[in-house]
Design a protein around this ligand. Structure first.
Ligand SMILES: Nc1ncnc2c1ncn2[C@@H]1O[C@H](COP(=O)(O)OP(=O)(O)OP(=O)(O)O)[C@@H](O)[C@H]1O
Length: 251
């Protein structure tokens, strides 16, 4: 069965330069797909195109299709704000708003029209619980989000993405700026969240990809060299360059 979220012959260009070349990939529900590959091979470009973040880059154009629930996300009538509600994104560096912990989470739901205070309270609590942060912050919701540690800020950003109930979460190296304890919290969180979501994560950390992902896609020079079950890719890759990359012999 085809996944509800997939790319079909997707290419992404910066001007004439083709950074992502003709990639067809599907992202099954309730699973984690890791995008791996050497620096500059197009992982982030590909990831950003999945919720149209490349729209912000004037020279970026795409060819091919990205489908979600039978809709072409680049169709002219797509509401990009609603699209990003369905497909949340968390970046490498935590980027909380200069607002309180509570307001960071309530911002999205308010933007989408929820005004009722008790409803907002509920969303704030459930999002922070899902992001495994509630117990650490429940007594300081009015404090600035910037008073949190880096690892807490990253889980706050994940909670913020979850507050609008996305079905898909895109993570661009979400733990690369974190210490090992915070990294393992974020990894546990990803494994927990996939019960409800489809997650796509860019990571340079091979152990992390092996630990948390169900599927792995190996990118090289803008092309998809190999894609399949993480266990198979890590134990018996078909491609010699995949083998070299995951064993640390290049990249
Ligand atoms: N805004 C941009 N304008 C022009 N070229 C870009 C832009 N962003 C990325 N590129 C180029 O596109 C190619 C792919 O970059 P991208 O950041 O997607 O790779 P990556 O695999 O995510 O790399 P890394 O692992 O280092 O983050 C690179 O050659 C890069 O220089």
């Amino acid at each position: 069965m085809e996944s509800t979220f997939r790319t079909e012959n997707l290419s992404v260009f910066y001007g004439k330069y083709e950074a992502v070349k003709n990639i067809s990939l599907d992202f099954p529900d309730q699973s984690v797909t890791a995008l791996i590959g050497p620096s500059g091979c197009g992982k982030s470009t590909f990831l950003r195109s999945l919720n149209r973040m490349n729209d912000e880059i004037s020279q970026a154009t795409i060819k091919g299709k990205i489908w979600i629930e039978g809709q072409d996300i680049n169709a002219p009538d797509t509401d990009v704000i609603k699209l990003r509600q369905k497909i949340g994104m968390v970046w490498q560096k935590p980027n909380p708003f200069y607002k309180s912990i509570y307001e960071n989470i309530a911002f999205g739901p308010k933007y989408h029209g929820i005004k009722n205070k008790s409803m907002l309270d509920e969303i704030v609590e459930s999002s922070l619980r899902k992001a495994a942060l509630w117990d650490e912050v429940k007594d300081r919701l009015k404090q600035s989000a910037l008073s949190l540690s880096g690892g807490q800020q990253q889980r706050l950003c994940i909670a913020r993405a979850l507050s609008v109930n996305p079905g898909i979460l895109l993570l661009d190296e979400p733990a690369s700026a974190l210490d090992p304890v915070s990294t393992s919290k974020v990894e546990e969180l990803i494994i927990e969240l996939k019960r409800e979501l489809s997650i796509v994560i860019v990571t340079h950390n091979m152990q992390q990809a092996a630990r948390i992902s169900d599927y792995t896609a190996y990118f090289y020079l803008g092309t998809l060299m190999e894609h399949g079950d993480t266990e198979l890719i890590f134990t018996n890759p078909v491609n010699a360059t995949t083998q070299e990359y995951i064993s640390g012999r290049f990249g």
